[in-house]
Design a protein around this ligand. Structure first.
Ligand code: 13P
Ligand code: SF4
Length: 311
């Protein structure tokens, strides 16, 4: 029974006692973002995980992120407060089906979004994040055929932006898929001067109305720097917490779903992590991420290529 515990103070005590670093993605609950040592996008958090000298990484994010941390920092204990924190993109791409798809296209390389399992990373040539995808894709020779998975919307966005054909895996993020074009247009009519900042996991019918497209970190930077007083944010709405902290005088409005509000766009996987579960994870150093060593080394190759090509 954790009632009566000052969880924030206990987490602070355990973080020091265990020499732990707490990493949080922008889609985490505000209280978890506020006590994290670092808050960032997928690429930034991978880099920190690879370089930290902490003994324990407590990852407030989803499983593929914690596994990425373990792939890059195998000697550290990596805990994820809730092991059920998955991702619809990862679920859309079972390794056996992905292997079969690759086998059907032996002349293609696999450029793969980091939102996938360790097994799929091991079957891939180069990993990308939303913040590094354009830079990495533009370094691949134009005559090289490419499979891009698992996010068909990010893949479609890259194809349109860089004019490159790729074979797309048909996965989607259920969160970004839920934005409603009709409701977004109503909101734009209400705030005609407000720019729309969208994540590339959004479908094309949302991206078409965006003034800026980028990773969570890029969206946050845009929100801080734009002279506009009101910004419409087409990504998971917990990122608005960082925007309100950075520029409290501006107004940030989450892009709506079909019901006209942004609550249906909260990531149900990210939301599984709580202060209580983080406290228990630090106290017990469980649940831990453990990976088969051969699989880890194979997956590390494609992640290392990302870190080299993105730098
Ligand atoms: P980035 O933070 O890298 O933009 O990723 C967004 C996301 O959906 C993570 O699950
Ligand atoms: Fe996966 Fe989408 Fe949730 Fe990110 S927001 S973890 S892509 S389901």
């Amino acid at each position: 029974n954790l009632s009566g515990l000052d969880l924030r103070a206990e987490i602070d005590r355990l973080r020091k006692e265990k020499n732990a670093v707490i990493l949080a993605h922008y889609y985490q609950k505000p209280e978890l973002q506020d006590l994290a040592d670092f808050v960032g996008d997928s690429l930034e958090l991978s880099r920190i995980a690879a370089e930290t000298d902490a003994d324990v990484i407590a990852f407030c994010g989803v499983k593929f992120m914690a596994e990425t941390a373990k792939i890059l920092s195998p000697d550290k204990i990596v805990v994820l407060p809730d092991l059920d924190a998955g991702c619809s993109l990862e679920d859309s791409c079972p390794p056996d089906k992905f292997a079969a798809f690759r086998a059907q296209h032996p002349d293609h390389i696999a450029l793969t979004y980091i939102n996938c399992s360790t097994e799929v990373k091991a079957l891939s040539d180069i990993i990308v994040t939303s913040s590094s995808a354009e830079k990495i894709l533009s370094q691949i020779p134009v005559d090289q055929k490419i499979i891009f998975g698992p996010d068909k919307h990010l893949g479609g966005y890259l194809q349109r932006k860089l004019g490159r054909e790729m074979l797309l895996w048909p996965g989607v993020c259920i969160v970004h898929e839920a934005f409603s074009e009709t409701e977004l247009l109503k909101l734009k009519a209400q705030y005609p001067d407000a720019p729309v900042a969208a994540h590339p996991e959004c479908p094309a019918h949302i991206i078409d109305h965006a003034d800026m497209v980028g990773s969570t970190s890029a969206i946050l930077k845009f929100a801080k720097e734009t002279p506009s007083e009101v910004v419409i944010v087409a990504t998971e709405p917990h990122i608005i917490h960082q925007m309100e902290k950075a520029v409290p005088e501006k107004t940030f409005i989450g892009a709506p779903g079909a019901d006209g509000n942004c609550n249906c766009n909260i990531c149900p996987y990210m939301a599984l992590n709580t202060m209580e579960k983080l406290y228990v994870a630090l106290r017990d150093l469980e649940p831990r991420i453990e990976l088969d060593e051969e699989l880890r080394l194979q997956a590390k190759k494609s992640l290392d290529r990302m870190l080299e090509m993105a730098s």
